[in-house]
Design a protein around this ligand. Structure first.
Ligand SMILES: [Zn+2]
Length: 326
């Protein structure tokens, strides 16, 4: 399933479920359904905030850099019950901001959650065809249009529903998006996206340890592991090599995003015993205690090369275990 479809379906399930009992409630009233939606939205916000720090903080070391504005939209047509969700949120149109990453151009321009968006560079979003419900395609199209306009001109103009326009200039970011999607407990990297499933245990961890988990997934994208595995095969040994590299790059990515690199080892010490250790350990992964040792060896390396501003140049100093170009 494409990630964007998983995202829309997951949101649809969560929000339509939340919206159903409130379809007759007054918009804006503090209903349990609204509280459930807001809780989900806070999770989205948290993932966007952390993701933004990771992709912008590491942009000078990434091979593939794109201009980005840190904006996540949602389209009422993607929900199972668009009218109920629209009513719940007090919206009048279909597109609104779901989250704007903290410190991003979108957030600085005041595009907070709930702000309704009518057009992107004169493309009127309501003119795009769509099914009446459960249709995620316009959401994808809107994000792709923003990315495309930023890539060609460096700027994009968004028009609010009431008519005012805001012109946003992209900031350099490593080319990966972060999305919530699916009802499982995993987090995964699919090349250009990091997808966090709704019951991922890391969502309950302290911020910098969740950032470590997201950095591990981002590392798979930045190190082009998917492409390499497709070429070399997904045997146990190859999976283990890519997992080890992703673990080892975690603390570097954290350092550049303004987190303590040691959050990577705290994350592994918290996550490992429950999820990859002991007799149930996955044979495609090192044991969590070994993974912790690999991370701690990187912390020593980072200390040696770290600049006064806290940055750590993994492009020059990170040792690869595999060569994606060969
Ligand atoms: Zn992994």
């Amino acid at each position: 399933m494409p990630a964007a479809r998983a995202l829309a379906l997951a949101l649809s399930a969560a929000l339509a479920a939340a919206a159903t009992p409130a379809s007759s409630a007054k918009a804006g009233s503090n209903t349990p359904a609204l509280e459930r939606f807001q809780a989900q939205q806070q999770v989205e916000q948290r993932v966007q905030d952390i993701g933004w720090r990771l992709v912008t903080g590491n942009s000078r070391f990434c091979d593939n850099v794109v201009p980005a504005i840190g904006l996540l939209l949602h389209d009422m047509a993607s929900y199972r019950e668009p009218a109920a969700v629209r009513n719940l949120l007090g919206l009048e149109s279909d597109f609104a901001v779901l989250a704007a990453a903290e410190g991003s151009p979108a957030a600085k321009a005041g595009l907070a959650a709930g702000v309704e968006i009518a057009a992107i560079d004169n493309e009127v979003l309501s003119s795009w065809p769509s099914e009446t419900h459960g249709d995620w395609r316009r959401t994808v199209r809107a994000h792709d249009l923003i990315s495309a306009r930023l890539a060609t001109s460096g700027v994009v103009v968004l028009q609010r529903r009431e008519g005012s326009r805001v012109k946003l200039a992209g900031e350099p970011a490593c080319a990966s998006r972060f999305e919530m999607g699916g009802g499982g407990k995993g987090a995964l990297a699919e090349g250009m996206r990091v997808i966090v499933e709704r019951d991922f245990p890391g969502l309950g961890y302290p911020e910098d340890e969740l950032a470590a988990a997201l950095a591990h997934e981002l590392a798979h994208n930045l190190l082009r592991h998917r492409m390499w595995l497709e070429r070399e095969g997904r045997g146990r040994r190859n999976i283990r090599l890519t997992e080890r590299e992703a673990d080892r790059l975690m603390p570097w990515l954290l350092a550049n995003a303004g987190y303590q690199p040691s959050a990577a080892s705290r994350f592994m010490a918290r996550w490992g015993p429950d999820h990859s250790g002991g007799i149930f350990r996955k044979r495609s992964h090192d044991g969590w205690d070994e993974r912790l040792e690999f991370i701690e060896a990187e912390l020593v390396q980072i200390d040696k090369v770290r600049h006064a501003d806290g940055s750590a140049d993994w492009h020059s100093h990170f040792r690869r275990d595999i060569d994606p170009d060969q």
